[in-house]
Design a protein around this ligand. Structure first.
Ligand SMILES: *Cc1c(COP(=O)(O)O)cnc(C)c1O
Length: 490
């Protein structure tokens, strides 16, 4: 058989018009519109020309490629017209996974977003007076309830170790909260408002970097405040802070070590000591709590994460924390503290630049309302923390049964789930893991196929094993996982 030249192969390629007129491609046009289909057809043809030119497509391969044009266009359309941001199944067991979007929102938060954003809203409008209002008011009223001492609304009980009735009144009247884009923005705004051109005293053991290049010294520089480091990496005493205070000092800063621990020969000034020092020297004390729980998490099996209310009660003047970490709401930065300090932040022009939109306020308001109603199970992250190892084990067993008899070898093993999101670095929750092996596929290959599935399933890979932790999987997704496993082994 005489092989034909490239010129002849090029001639055999149809025109874009011819492609678009074929019935199979016509169906795609009905769904995706002719502009997108024409564009995709050009792309597919272009690739075929390149392959002919480079010798990848010979006569035989070309015939196959020609018959595959409609499906190639369909794939291309899926890539260009499909969403890049997609829902995934988080089977890592990391509850607040920054790469996977941190906290999933409560159903009521989603509904409230829809309600408040599909049409117009009273975001900055006082309905009674018919006047311009403030966008803060929608969540401020709820924060005031949650951060008051009255534990009939505030939490899960056990929240009030030593609060007196007097302190309760003082806390409620004095605490104010504002919302900005994220906690990094909250720290920036607070430092700029309280300490621009002045010094901020902070321990060397707390000059942290949080993922995504949030570094305390850098944020300090950007805020216009001057960092005054005291102590050493492993030991800082309250006397170190005291010695550093001078006439330029504006603020004492404590930063929560949210993603690491220092163990061994260590010392850290207690928050009570810092409160006492700040009072005595007439300086405000700010704490970047990072996660900032709104309830006592001891009840959820998590220790070492002080609640926002705890800190305010202890006498910290300003607390900054994230909306999408332990709070379980949308991405936001929250600043709660003494009214006069927070007012300075509210009137700072940076506040306008860092403000959040109606979607965030809607999600935050609905999330806070769940706390006020003590409906903690409505908040997905809190629900996940409360799942027992037994409950998770039963669900894992059900999936194992569904895929038995296939190429999968499934084992149930004990393991640990992680809170993540820079919260409680040493706090883990006992769990049961599905340990997966598939005939003929290595662990990395299995993980790749899980990620490539629809919906993508994100597993943990440890010691050459693929592990699924159902703590972070919504029960309705169990069936989808079983289906994905079947497809991979088929
Ligand atoms: C997470 C964290 C931040 C950053 O918060 P974002 O909401 O991600 O901007 C800052 N400080 C601490 C201590 C944190 O844990």
């Amino acid at each position: 058989m005489k092989s034909i030249g490239k010129a002849e192969l090029f001639r055999r390629l149809p025109s874009v018009d011819e492609i678009v007129r074929t019935p199979a491609v016509g169906e795609l046009t009905a769904v995706s519109g002719s502009a997108a289909v024409t564009d995709a057809a050009r792309g597919v043809l272009g690739r075929m020309r390149d392959e002919i030119a480079s010798g990848l497509l010979d006569e035989q391969a070309l015939d196959l490629a020609l018959s595959g044009i409609p499906s190639a266009i369909e794939q291309q359309l899926r890539r260009t017209l499909g969403y890049s941001l997609r829902g995934v199944i988080n089977a890592t067991g990391v509850i607040l996974h920054t790469n996977l979007g941190r906290a999933p929102l409560a159903v009521t938060a989603i509904e409230h977003i829809r309600n408040a954003s599909a049409g117009y809203s009273n975001l900055e409008f006082e309905l009674e007076a018919g006047e311009r209002g403030k966008r803060d008011v929608h969540v401020e009223r709820l924060f005031r309830k949650l951060l008051s001492e009255d534990d009939t609304v505030a939490g899960t009980g056990g929240l009030r170790p030593a609060g007196t009735a007097e302190a309760a009144v003082a806390t409620r009247a004095d605490v104010s909260t504002i919302t900005v884009n994220n906690n990094a923005a909250a720290v920036l705004l607070a430092l700029n408002s309280l300490a621009e051109s002045g010094e901020v005293v902070v321990s060397r053991g707390e000059l942290v970097e949080i993922g995504g290049s949030f570094r305390i010294p850098d944020v300090m520089t950007k805020s216009g405040a001057i960092l005054c480091e005291v102590g050493t990496t492993n030991r800082t005493r309250v006397a170190d802070y005291e010695r550093a205070i001078n006439e330029r000092t504006r603020l004492l800063l404590r930063v929560h070590r949210s993603n690491f621990e220092i163990t061994g020969f260590t010392e850290q000034a207690s928050i009570e000591e810092l409160v006492e020092l700040a009072r005595r020297r007439g300086l405000p004390l700010m704490e970047d709590l990072g996660s900032g729980a709104l309830v006592n998490l001891q009840a959820f099996g998590i220790s070492g994460e002080p609640s926002v209310l705890d800190r305010l009660r202890t006498g910290v003047d300003v607390v900054t924390y994230s909306g999408d970490k332990l709070l379980g709401g949308p991405q936001a930065g929250l600043i709660s503290g003494r009214r006069e300090l927070v007012s300075r932040m509210r009137s700072n022009s940076l506040f306008r630049a860092l403000r959040v939109d109606k979607l965030t306020y809607a999600a935050l308001e609905a999330t806070l309302l769940a706390y006020v109603k003590r409906d903690h199970d409505a908040i997905p992250t809190l629900r996940m923390m409360r799942r027992t190892k037994e409950e998770i084990g039963q669900r894992a067993q059900a999936i194992a049964r569904q895929v038995s008899g296939s190429k999968w070898n499934v084992e149930l093993i004990d393991g640990e789930s992680v809170i993540g999101g820079g919260a409680a670095p040493s706090s883990v929750l006992p769990t049961r893991l599905l340990s997966l092996r598939c005939e003929g596929l290595g662990a990395d290959e299995v993980a790749t196929r899980l990620r490539a599935s629809d919906p993508p399933v994100i597993p943990r890979v440890e010691d050459g094993r693929v592990l699924l932790d159902l703590r972070t999987v919504f029960p309705a997704q169990d069936e989808m996982i079983a289906a994905v496993l079947h497809r991979i082994s088929a």
